[in-house]
Design a protein around this ligand. Sequence first.
Ligand SMILES: [Zn+2]
Length: 48
Amino acid sequence: MPLSQMKCERCGGMMPVRRRRGHLRKKNHIKTMWCPWCKRVTPHRERF
Ligand SMILES: [Zn+2]
């Protein structure tokens, strides 16, 4: 299972996320998701 990291654009916190095989996305893709550090939904930048 490939592992990717999402970086919160608000607090800069890094979160490891699992990626399904063959489900590659563009580099620096921005995704809005929950940040456990900010305790709110923030934009996250995906890194490989
Ligand atoms: Zn955050």
